[in-house]
Write a protein that binds this ligand. Structure first.
Ligand code: G4P
Length: 531
């Protein structure tokens, strides 16, 4: 197959959702369609997804690699599909956000009885920042669901994206009859015998065959559907693929991942509408995935929890060309030619060594400590540097000190290295040294990981004092603002990052707004500069 065909048949996306909306179940069902039946169930299962903090450490140690680091690749209908797992639950961290930087589109799973929830909102913001296409799967229609129009309205208002339902649910819960395909004007009937791999009895009924429609869904459901469609056709957005590709309009599908209803319809439509690997911005302009030789960027670094082997895995998204494991490539930031060591694909708990891969694919490589998040690796004539990955606002903060003052050197080394991997962010009080460090994390589990790793890898015990702040803002125009003169709220704290850039911490979102009001011209951002 030609290079162009190999690349253009790739679809690389992340699934985002609030915990329990059905991300794992949907992923499993998608894998079934890819024929990877044995794999369904090996996706981060309940047992690992619900583990407590201490178990998490055990799991990490046993596997020697994070359970959260998987990319699932499968073939379907000529497409080569890469699903990027975005860790959720307790292991929600900045990595969850960074993973989105490696995807070309996102699938947002929403629980039909809950609507838009907190974590979806946060993840959506990051997708929105990149302007990637977002597809919505409204799940759990086999349970009582919110009104369809209300759900669509909520997505539009809360997330600021227009919706275009590709199909429309007929009833929900015990009365769920199936979906109406708006383009084909057909009903796809639901049967709840479709658990697991078993084929259920799905019928397709032409909507013009009124008798058959009434026979299947009943007069009441038909009247309601007609009414809903009439309302929607007046008020709703038209389907427009360009707007989908720009991330302005989300196609919406309804289904039930658990009973495997609506999943294949979703998959088929999604594959047609989503993009081939996207061109990416670099200091040399946009890099075309097909025309340029191999290039990739590091979006995640996973430290091995195994104390005996302090190795790390760097995850790279291939942005252009063909990766051949036998060829030398250039690590641009390190200014070194090298062969990538042990290039591998990570499927749930398994690792497979790779000989080759293409733009759109994700590979993990052995990292002896040379890569940083955002680094570019390439085989192009001139060096290119991809735009860096921003730092995302942590939401939990703690003041950290080493207990034994004699161990200051190890403490600083350890905490700096862990921060460099991107697991935590570190800050200082303005004009203070490294004695007292303020650590910020996106997910609280990272505090436990920090403590564990400092003790086990660096032999340093620490004391952590939680701080009440939940909002951090970078000062975009700090060069033209006199930070010492800022007039903030009483709960505001001024800190700085290790490069001396000033930041502000706030206890609540209201104070952020108040501080902006009091300081005309001040520009604050939730995203830090690219690393
Ligand atoms: P997550 O990865 O987004 O956190 O969600 P996950 O797939 O683990 O699903 C969360 C719970 O919701 C699971 O139930 C799962 O079976 C259920 N679920 C997922 N999709 C559907 C659906 O379409 N309909 C219904 N009715 N339930 C669904 P659980 O009781 O927590 O686990 P389990 O005992 O069923 O495995």
């Amino acid at each position: 197959m030609s290079l162009e065909k190999e690349i253009n048949r790739r679809r690389t996306f992340a699934i985002i959702s609030h915990p329990d909306a059905g991300k794992t179940t949907l992923t499993e069902k998608l894998l079934l369609y890819g024929g990877a039946i044995n794999l369904a169930g090996s996706v981060k299962g309940k047992a690992t997804a619900r583990h407590a903090v201490s178990d998490w450490m055990e799991i990490e140690k046993e596997r020697g690699i994070s359970v959260t680091s998987s990319v699932l690749q499968f073939e379907y209908d000529g497409f080569c599909i890469n699903i990027l797992d975005t860790p959720g639950h307790q292991d929600f961290s900045e990595d969850t956000y960074r993973t989105l930087m490696a995807a070309d589109s996102a699938v947002m799973v929403i629980d039909a009885s809950k609507g838009v929830e907190a974590q979806t909102r946060k993840l959506f913001k990051v997708c929105g920042m990149r302007g990637i296409p977002i597809f919505t799967f409204i799940n759990k229609m086999d349970r009582d669901a919110n009104e369809t129009l209300d759900l669509l309205d909520e997505i539009e208002k809360e997330l600021g994206i227009e919706t275009c339902p590709m199909n429309w649910p007929i009833g929900s819960g015990k009365n769920f009859k199936g979906v109406f395909d708006r383009r084909e004007k057909k009903i796809v009937t639901y049967s709840d015998t479709q658990k697991g791999t078993k084929e259920g009895e799905t019928h397709i009924i032409d909507y013009s065959d009124e008798a058959a429609v009434i026979d299947c869904i009943g007069t009441d459901a038909k009247d309601k559907l007609d009414e809903d469609m009439e309302l929607y056709d007046i008020a709703g957005a038209e389907f427009d693929l360009d707007r989908v590709r720009d991330g302005k309009l989300t196609p919406v599908f309804f289904g039930s991942a658990l009973t495997n209803f609506g999943v294949e319809i979703f998959l088929q439509n999604f594959l047609q509408m989503t993009t081939t690997p996207l061109a990416r911005h670099s200091d040399q302009g946009l890099i075309d995935p097909v025309e340029k030789p191999f290039s990739a960027f590091v979006f995640k670094i996973q430290a091995n929890m195994n104390k005996a082997h302090r190795d790390r895995i760097a995850f790279m998204r291939i942005c252009s060309g063909h990766f051949d494991a036998s060829e030398e490539v250039k690590h641009v930031q390190g200014n070194k030619n090298m062969r990538l060591l042990q290039p591998q694909q990570l499927m749930a708990s398994e690792r497979k060594i790779l000989e080759e891969a293409y733009a759109g694919d994700i590979i993990g490589v052995f990292d002896p400590g040379i890569f940083s998040i955002g680094d570019t690796i390439c085989n192009t004539k001139e060096n290119i540097k991809y735009d860096g990955i921003p730092t995302f606002a942590p939401e939990h903060f703690a003041r950290v000190r080493q207990i034994d003052t004699m161990k200051r050197k190890q403490f600083v080394k350890g905490i700096s290295q862990i921060a460099q991997e991107g697991a935590i962010q570190i800050f200082q009080e303005i004009s203070s040294g490294m004695e007292e460090i303020i650590v910020g994390v996106v997910g609280v589990l990272q505090f436990e990981v920090l403590k564990y790793r400092l003790e086990n890898e660096y032999n340093v015990e620490i004391r952590m004092e939680p701080l009440p702040y939940e909002h951090i803002r970078w000062i975009v125009n700090h060069e033209s603002v006199d930070v010492s003169k800022l007039s903030g709220t009483s709960d505001m704290k001024k800190i700085q990052d290790l490069k001396g850039n000033p930041l502000l911490l706030f206890v609540n979102a209201w104070s952020v707004g108040m501080t902006l009001d009091r300081n005309p011209g001040l520009e604050l951002s939730e995203f830090g500069n690219a690393m």
